[in-house]
Design a protein around this ligand. Structure first.
Ligand code: PXL
Length: 277
């Protein structure tokens, strides 16, 4: 069985980071190991959330794994709360990475043209350096802009996306995939570039007109699951984008419309079926 380590916080309420990665990867038939960086009462889009930082536990936990000779087919990182955590994660990549371990970094820190309140430009630069160690990175357009010093635009064309991708490749990751790229009315998806060749990979599906919290984590979890299950790059991103879009559509149908997270549980059977084909 394939084994993935995911390094992110536990937001007890709110359906994001570890609490979506674990069920999605498990449903995809992947053994999922977690390294919680902090425990929060909710994700940070609620006000008044509590935080218990677990940074000081990260290295002792990894040292024990090392002693037990535990290895991973992939390491997937998402929301990291501080520069210190980013430093520790870069050491984990060195200790547990290698030819047979896919390093997948989702540099969660910004959206809609703005950094999340907890982060500043210095943090963004550290995250850019972490991206440089990855096989695959999946920033949204805002995150790509802050990491490459590019002006954020609400409306853009393909040339702007290609420029952003070319700049992302200079960070050092082998493959960069921009998420939330909409190149025509009613469509959205991913636009990727392979650093070594400049080759591009595009997948667009129907845009669902709603934004919810946690959809990036759902997308990344499904992409990692499909990649470790040896789907091609294109198919893995197609599976992840379709699952995310199906989930948003399903959430819109829920009269309770939970703004804080999506109904990814309802659509898990679709993902499981897709992985059987
Ligand atoms: O979904 C990303 C995420 C993960 N974890 C925490 C967050 C966020 C986004 O805001 O606040 C704690």
């Amino acid at each position: 069985m394939k084994r993935v380590l995911t390094i992110q916080d536990i937001s007890c309420f709110g359906k994001c980071s570890t609490t979506v990665a674990l069920p999605i990867l498990s449903a995809m038939g992947v053994e999922t190991v977690i390294l919680p960086t902090a425990v929060l009462s909710t994700h940070t889009m609620f006000s008044g959330f509590t935080v218990k930082d677990l940074t000081d536990q990260m290295e002792p936990i990894c040292a024990h794994w090392k002693k037990e000779n535990i290895r991973f087919d992939a390491i997937y990182t998402g929301y990291l709360g501080s520069e210190e955590e980013i430093d520790i994660v870069s050491r984990i990549f060195r200790d547990f990475g290698g030819e047979d371990t896919l390093i997948f970094v989702d540099p969660v820190m910004a959206d809609n043209g703005k950094l999340y309140p907890a982060f500043d430009l210095h943090y963004a630069q550290r995250n850019a350096a972490l991206c440089g160690m990855a096989d695959i990175i999946v920033p949204n357009i805002t995150e790509a802009c802050v990491m490459t010093g590019t002006e954020y635009r609400e409306t853009y064309d393909e040339a702007y996306i290609k420029l952003l991708l070319t700049r992302l490749t200079t960070l050092g990751a082998k493959k960069s995939f921009l998420t939330g790229v909409s190149l025509s009315e009613g469509k959205t998806g991913v636009y990727g570039m392979i650093s070594a060749t400049g080759e591009t990979v595009i997948y667009q599906n129907d845009r669902v007109n709603a934004t919810y919290h946690g959809t990036g984590d759902i997308f990344s979890s499904a992409a990692v699951g499909a990649l470790v299950q040896e789907r091609s790059l294109y198919e893995a991103f197609q599976i992840a984008a379709d699952y995310t879009a199906d989930t948003i559509r399903e959430t819109l149908r829920d009269p309770r419309e939970p703004w804080y997270g999506v109904n990814f549980e309802t659509t898990l059977p679709l993902l499981v079926d897709r992985m059987r084909t």
